[in-house]
Design a protein around this ligand. Structure first.
Ligand SMILES: [Zn+2]
Length: 137
């Protein structure tokens, strides 16, 4: 194997498995990069407080690779693999929503918590409600 292996601690791997099992439809729905961009924008508009630095100008989205993985950073950057699943999009945006709705002084060591999973559930439900699931947009 020449590809990069990203190793997560077992706790994080367990979290991912749980989230995928909770939202199988969202994780099997793959979206185009364009559609993903649109969804990230809509989710950030709706769920990130208007006065937070992440709002609109703060969130930067990049695409890298094809392995259905992603990354969110404290500076408001999200990286998604190309044609990401809806579940992956909601997971990474969920990190930013989690960060943006905490007190500024709060710096979490563990990013993968039940609290995050509840946020991801809300984002997925919002996408369903707003008909963002369709791949024909
Ligand atoms: Zn994560």
């Amino acid at each position: 194997m020449t590809s990069t292996v990203i190793s997560h601690p077992p706790r994080v791997i367990a979290y991912y498995a749980k989230e995928r099992a909770a939202y199988p439809a969202a994780y099997s729905l793959k979206l185009t990069d364009e559609h993903a961009k649109k969804i990230v924008r809509k989710l950030c508009n709706h769920f990130i407080p208007k006065n937070h630095g992440f709002h609109l100008v703060g969130v930067e989205l990049n695409f890298h690779g094809n392995r259905q993985n992603g990354r969110a950073r404290l500076n408001g950057t999200i990286t998604l693999s190309h044609t990401p699943s809806l579940g992956l999009i909601c997971h990474e945006v969920g990190h930013l929503v989690d960060i943006a709705t905490r007190k500024p002084s709060f710096r979490k060591r563990n990013w993968h918590t039940k609290h995050l999973m509840r946020i991801v559930g809300k984002l997925i439900a919002y996408c369903q409600k707003k008909n963002l699931w369709s791949t024909h947009q």
